[in-house]
Structure formats: C-alpha cells, structure tokens
Design a protein around this ligand. Structure first.
Ligand code: GP9
Length: 411
C-alpha cells in the first residue's frame, strides 16, 4: 500500500549508519578498481601448507594495506551474481532464485550510478558469456557503461570455465588504461571456480598427505588459489609499473565460499572447522583488502563487516553521498553493524546465530564469539530482529520495485 511505501521511505531515511572516518574522501576523483575473486575464502590467507606459503601476494597486501579479517560473504543461490548485487546495490540477495534473474528490470540506485554523477565512467570485466546471470540486462539498470566480456578478451589459454586469470587481469588493465579518469572498474575473476581443476603444469604446490580421493577438492582449491594469488601479484606489480598504484583505490575480496563442506576431512583438519561454530564462521569468512591511495599506514580491522557494507564504504572513500536505499554501513567508521545472512543467521562482534533449517527462532543456536560457546538463544534475539527487519525491507524494495515508486512519490 502507499502507506507502507511511505513507512519504508521513512525507515530508510532515518537509518543513519554512515559515520565519518579519517579516510573520508581519500579517493576523491581517483580511479577505483574492484577485484572480486572467485571462491576466495579467508582460511588460506597467511597460511602455509607443507611448509609452503599458499597466498604470498595477498599476504603481503594484508600486511601493507588495510585488511579486514572479520569480514563475511552474504550470497545465496545467486552465487557470484549475488556478490555483485551486494556490491552494486547494498541490498540483500533473494531467498529463492536470484535478484539478477528475478528483478533484472527493476530500478536501482547503484554504486556506478552514484559515481557517474561525479563524472566516473564504469566498466565490468568478466571473461564469460554476457548473458550468464542476466548480466547484460541488469548492468543497464545499474547504469554500468560497458561490459567487457568473453569476446572482448583474447582467446588465450583457458583454465576451467574461461581465459586464465593472469591474462584476464592484465588485459583488463590494458583497457582500464585507455579509460578517461576517473574510472570505476569491477573485475570478476573465474579461474578458481569449483571444482578448481588446473592443468597439471599449474599444480605447483606440494600437497603430500592430501592425495586421498576424498581430498581432491581441497587439493585442487589450494593449487588454484595459489595460481590466482600469483595473478593478483602480477596485477599489482603492473599497476605499480604503470605508475597507477598511488592514484588508485583498489579493493580485493572473495565473492563467496568455495563449497568445501564440513564433511571434507582435509578442509576440516586444515581450517579447524570440525565444530559447528567454527565451520559456520570459516565457511562465510572472506578476506577484504583495501589499498587506499596516498595512505601508507597498514592496518588490520577486526570489527565485523560484510559485503553489504562495500558500496557505502567506497562512496565514503570517494567522498560522495551514499544512496538512502543502501542498507549497509561504512566499514571504516564505528557504526554498529552485523553480517546478516539470507536465512536470518548472523555474525556480530558479540554473537553468532545459526538459524535452524525450519526457520523457527528458538530452534536456532546462539554463540558467544569470545568464548565460542553456545549461550541461551535469547541472547541473540535483538540482533536477529535487526537482521530480519533489514531482510524484510530489502525484499519489499525488490518485490515492489520500491526505488522507482518512492522516487515517483517524492517528485
Ligand atoms: C560465471 C560466474 C560463475 O559468469 O559468474 O560463477 P558462480 O556464480 O557459479 O560462482
């Protein structure tokens, strides 16, 4: 009803989670590059296996830049497209199907659109068919200027689904160089896609002790992520060689979990995910690394955050007004926040709540994050209600195409 639309508009206007930070506007007018890495989870970061470092290049970045080590993915059935959706719109994925398929014609107030108002041009780089996940349709709704897709890249050497990430990233960079400044570039990698199989010559890690058939996904994953880490390292080196590093805001994060399950013995042993609580956290934890132009202070931020917070944070760094339709908050501020997941589960700094499969609140499990032990379910109630309210508002925005309706109402 019109009354309800008004209430939601009011709720969105009142929600003020965008407090300032010392980094506000640090990337104003600078190029922005978002590197969204397929299936990159945090459990490989700063880790060794059989004495070999798995991700030396990403590790170096975690030590030299701003690194969020309590950061979570919130995707649902839309997988990679959900991660994009969270980045672009700071709204939740849908409970069934995917927003990219179900709401491809909705009106949005996306991050690229907001940046466009500040003279940014925007391009997505992804070496795959443009129709996959409906991207070629929904990107128009996000006002993304160009989609550099499969046919725009070279034939090159394919790994898994597509052109290998090393060539994909360097070819994307060639194109970024030709764009007018300031540009916004969203690079979506694909080499480390399940089942993570690599040509033998790229299986460079010594994975002795992990040769059992039941460990094949884990073994493939480690080799694949090691290769992708090299690709990221080459990309960063190229940015430096081109003299672009000091002038670029670069964000690197994983799109979603790898699909390594709690029944995977190698994953369990390596990532210590045997207990329900640990698996819940580790399955959703992804690294977020930010290279802020003109900042030489490294920092590790332990406060909880999630993909819904990306757009407000990028806007904050670029010194632009966030959209009132974005539900996330600025990761660099002290704003109270939690990572809410599609089924009502959440992770905050105090608690982790695992929703029960039947969706009944009382059947869920509440954990204290400090002690990692289960506490009475009531202790999670307030944060659960906050999360459910946000999910409800997000669903209504999508289902009723409310951004269009609210804009029409306020005009
Ligand atoms: C392909 C890519 C697939 O374009 O998005 O990744 P997925 O969604 O299966 O993780």
């Amino acid at each position: 009803s019109a009354e309800e639309v008004k209430d939601i508009d009011q709720w969105l206007t009142n929600e003020n989670n965008l407090l300032s930070s010392e980094y506000e506007g640090i990337a104003e007018g600078k190029n922005i590059i978002i590197l969204q890495v397929e299936a990159l989870q945090n459990f490989v970061i700063n880790q060794e296996i059989n004495g070999q470092v798995i991700t030396p290049n990403l590790n170096k970045l975690t030590q030299e830049e701003v690194y969020f080590d309590n950061f979570y993915e919130q995707t649902a059935l839309g997988r990679t497209s959900d991660a994009e959706f969270l980045l672009n719109n700071s709204l939740y994925p849908t409970a069934s199907g995917s927003a990219y398929m179900l709401y491809a014609k909705n009106e949005y107030e996306s991050l690229p659109e907001k940046l466009k108002q500040e003279q940014y041009n925007s391009t997505v780089y992804h070496a795959y068919n443009p129709s996959f996940w409906n991207r070629y349709i929904i990107y128009n709704q996000f006002e993304i200027d160009e989609f550099y897709s499969k046919e725009d890249f070279s034939e090159g050497e394919a790994i898994g689904w597509s052109l290998n990430d090393k060539d994909m990233l360097l070819e994307s960079l060639e194109d970024i160089k030709s764009r007018a400044q300031p540009s916004y570039s969203h690079l979506i990698t694909l080499t480390s896609h399940h089942p993570f199989e690599m040509p033998e010559k790229y299986e460079t890690m010594n994975l002795e002790g992990y040769t059992d058939y039941s460990m094949r996904y884990f073994r493939n994953y480690i080799n694949s992520i090691h290769y992708v880490d090299e690709a990221v390292g080459q990309f960063v080196d190229a940015l430096k060689e081109e003299g672009m590093w000091d002038n670029t805001l670069l964000l690197i994060y994983g799109d979603h979990s790898s699909g390594l399950t709690k029944d995977d013995p190698a994953f369990n042993a390596f990532a210590n995910t045997g207990e329900e609580y640990n698996y819940f956290i580790e399955d959703k934890r992804i690294p977020l690394i930010m290279h802020l132009p003109g900042n030489d202070q490294s920092e590790t931020i332990n406060k909880v955050g999630s993909q819904i917070d990306l757009a407000p944070t990028i806007a904050h760094l670029a010194g632009i007004e966030p959209s009132s339709y974005w539900l996330g908050s600025n990761l660099l501020s002290d704003a109270k926040r939690q990572a809410t997941f599609r089924d009502g589960s959440f992770i905050s700094d105090q608690h982790a709540f695992l929703a029960a499969p039947d969706g009944i609140y009382d059947n869920g499990s509440c954990f204290d994050r400090q002690t990692e032990s289960e506490v009475p379910v009531e202790e999670c109630r307030e944060e659960f209600n906050t999360g459910i309210q946000e999910l409800r508002i997000s669903d209504k925005i999508l289902d009723g195409n409310l951004i269009q309706r609210i804009k029409a109402m306020n005009n």
